[in-house]
Design a protein around this ligand. Sequence first.
Ligand SMILES: O=C(O)CCC(=O)C(=O)O
Ligand SMILES: [Fe+2]
Length: 184
Amino acid sequence: MLSPPTHDVVVWESVLAPALLDALTRTMQAAEGRPADVCAPTGRLVDQHIRRTSRVEVPQSLSDKTRLCFEGLHDRLEEHFGVRLGGCEPPQFLRYERGDRFVPHSDVAAGRRVTAVLHLAQAGAARGSLTFFAPSPTATWQTCRKKISFPPGSVIAFPADLVHEVPPVRVGPRLTVVTWFWNG
Ligand SMILES: O=C(O)CCC(=O)C(=O)O
Ligand SMILES: [Fe+2]
């Protein structure tokens, strides 16, 4: 059990088969990208002060296999979080270059209940990481944040309302795939 603020965060290793991990990594390094958008009260927009990363296109077959892999976690996620979940959103394939980031945010929107991030690669590091923030009003500057790291091929999952951050990437690319499971 992890201590707060991350007691709800789970990391499952080796979710992605090595061959698929390899194929996705190579494809995403080379693929065309476009700036990822964020949800704002006025609709979806690109704001690179908030979310600075590229959404890349991967062939349908790779995208389908990745989605199946996420869907295979559905029952485990329900059990772990003790909630009923529906399906998941089409995965977003993300490539962060040096300086890219996603400022502290929660993913709550349109019925999203659980966030699942598949980690593929972090240049210059054996593991990727995310920073989480304590919801507790008694948290201090020393205790309010915690970095969790995870190896390639793993999935990190957490309640969509838990505040998290992708700190500015020092060496790119950082490659991840993210999806959200809806309320069931
Ligand atoms: O790329 C990641 O590790 C997480 C991205 C994220 O938090 C998001 O897209 O909402
Ligand atoms: Fe997020």
